[in-house]
Design a protein around this ligand. Structure first.
Ligand SMILES: [Zn+2]
Length: 234
């Protein structure tokens, strides 16, 4: 072993010693307690979680994993609630405002998702193209990803899109073009409006958007209930 390789080996060993205890079996750093989460919020208040309904008063909620009618045929959340980080909710409120002016609005399928739910989903459906990967963690686990669609503001009806939510097919890819014109128009309207306010669409799911800013939002494995209680206390 030359000197450089030896130095790297020592550094890797020390790194394990310092950070190893809070990593999971994939080597991911995941916050698992409200106390750890609160420490990150104390350093940057923009990391706090908020309820989407508090920022988008007329948003429609259809949290697919709070029931059994989803791609996993399993209820994964205790009830219909969607939370996300503060800057995500603020940006989404701007999207909603712009859509409301066109007599349209947003319907939310999912927001923050605890890491252990991502692991469970992968156990049920081990697909490496469409599923959040346990060895990476999902942006849903960071509270900066949203699954959503457009609705008619008056009727609450979903606008025609390329596929239903969680259809694991090529037609779900946001660049797929062999579709009815109206589906492409609606998808592009959603894409364009979201992009204007800081969101990027997932490369294989037209309904999934990530909010990217210059912060590193930690992966969390804290239940939605627990996080919501901490929101309501503030
Ligand atoms: Zn998603």
């Amino acid at each position: 072993m030359n000197k450089i390789a030896f130095a790297i080996a020592v550094l890797l060993f020390l790194n394990r010693g310092v950070f190893g205890q809070s990593s999971n079996s994939y080597g991911l750093e995941i916050l698992t307690s409200l106390e750890e989460y609160r420490q990150t919020v104390a350093l940057d208040s923009n990391k706090r979680f908020v309820r989407i309904v508090d920022y988008l008063p007329n948003v429609i909620m259809d949290i697919k994993y709070a029931g059994k009618e989803n791609v996993f045929y399993t209820q994964l959340y205790p009830r219909e609630i969607a939370i996300c980080r503060l800057p995500v909710a603020k940006a989404l409120a701007e999207v909603q405002k712009e859509l409301n002016e066109q007599n349209l609005g947003l319907k939310i399928y999912d927001g923050y998702r605890p890491y252990s739910i991502t692991v469970k989903m992968f156990e049920i459906l081990p697909d490496t193209v469409y599923m959040g990967l346990p060895w990476q963690g999902s942006k849903h686990n960071r509270g900066i990803a949203l699954d959503l669609t457009l609705v008619d503001l008056e009727t609450g009806q979903e606008l025609k899109m390329p596929t239903p939510f969680d259809a694991l097919v090529y037609a779900s890819h946001p660049e797929f073009m062999k579709l009815p014109e109206v589906a492409i128009r609606n998808r592009e309207l959603l894409k364009g409006t979201m992009k204007k306010h800081g969101f990027t669409v997932d490369p294989v799911e037209w309904w999934h958007y990530n909010y990217i800013d210059n912060r590193v939002y930690e992966l969390l494995d804290i239940s939605i209930d627990e996080l919501e209680k901490s929101i309501l206390k503030n």
